[in-house]
Design a protein. Structure first.
Length: 298
């Protein structure tokens, strides 16, 4: 429920205007929370008539000055292009640098920039060591954002889940694979905590607590098998049989395989202990219960 997020947050200052580039899964949720706090929020999508598109942003179209006028906060949720360029900086860097009212510029990145730590914890002081091509591109975009000297905050995310994008969709379709790779863990975060943390971080930034990089993850990195088994129990579905990773990998897409090739746990101490963000869904257990309740409502 949006109220559960909003009640933990302070509103942004009056007359704030928040532009979100990339109103996808996370972008739309952040926009909803921002609007519920009373802020004017505009979200981009690439195609006309897409749900939730307040304006169009893509490689072909210029955006009007009107969109930018009075903007105080900007967030990019758009991944790097395949050539490594950042779509927003590519087209709008000059506009951003000339926006006199900008107080905060967020960039949603990925914890993939830390690379493989063989299951060890990573925090914001861990030197990034990206190995996958897309994570190398991502780390390069993070650096480009920081080099602008705008008031930039990089928000690194692990696997994102939430209503409509969780273990339940494949379980209900009967396509879940119980890939068994002993010792493998994944960190994750519920989309409501991304939205909550973004608005929380914006207010802290204004109060001078402004770390340039913050991991936003839940408390409980977990093996995928445990997550699926928990979801199956809630949905009263039988748990599919385990498939050893060495067999499962033969039919995995290169993208899926790349996730299984890295193993790390994401530490959220900076966000939750030092900065004081209270997670709405501290682990996949409460998060999945929320996803299931939304599934039943729809
Ligand atoms: N999904 C994960 O588990 C995960 C994990 C870690 C980090 N991340 C990163 O975190 C961010 C948010 O993730 P998400 O899953 O919420 O994203 P998402 O649902 O895939 O949304 C991405 C948004 O970016 C827009 N977009 C993509 N390429 C674009 C381009 N070249 N030009 C203009 N707009 C473009 C999309 O436009 P349309 O709305 O028109 O499609 C969409 O609004 C992304 O950068 C993602 O890569 C994701």
């Amino acid at each position: 429920m949006i109220e559960d997020i909003v009640k933990r947050l302070d509103p942004l200052p009056p007359k704030s205007k928040f532009i979100i580039f990339g109103g996808g899964f996370s972008g739309q949720r952040i926009a909803s929370v921002g609007r519920s706090l009373g802020t004017k929020v505009l979200c981009s999508r690439r195609k006309e008539n897409s749900k939730g598109a307040d304006f169009i942003f893509n490689t072909d179209k210029e955006i009007s000055n009107e969109i930018f006028d009075g903007t105080t906060h900007v967030l990019s949720c758009i991944p790097p292009l395949s050539n490594g360029e950042d779509p927003v900086l590519n087209k709008l860097k000059a506009k951003l640098l000339n926006s006199k009212k900008l107080k905060w510029v967020g960039y949603l990145s990925t914890t993939g920039v830390y690379g493989d730590t063989k299951g060890d914890w990573v925090n914001e002081n861990t030197s990034p060591n990206p190995k996958q091509e897309r994570s190398i591109r991502r780390f390069s975009c993070e650096k480009k954002w920081l080099e602008t000297k705008l008031p930039v905050q990089i928000i690194r995310l692990p696997g994102i889940y939430g209503p409509g994008r969780s273990a339940f969709e494949s379980l209900l379709k009967g396509t879940t694979k119980m890939v068994d790779k002993p010792g493998q863990v994944f960190s994750r975060v519920h989309v409501d905590d991304i939205a909550g943390a973004v608005l929380f971080l914006i207010n802290l930034y204004a109060a001078g607590k402004n770390p340039s990089v913050v991991n936003v993850a839940d408390n409980l990195p977990t093996n995928n098998l445990e997550v699926i088994a928990f979801a199956a129990k809630i949905a009263k579905k039988s748990i599919p049989s385990k498939v050893p990773f060495e067999i499962a990998k033969e039919t995995m897409s290169p993208m899926a395989l790349s996730f299984w090739e890295e193993n790390r746990k994401v530490d959220n101490k900076l966000l939750c202990k030092i900065l004081g963000y209270p997670l709405i869904y501290p682990s996949f257990k409460s998060g999945l219960k929320n996803c299931f309740s939304q599934l039943k409502m729809n």
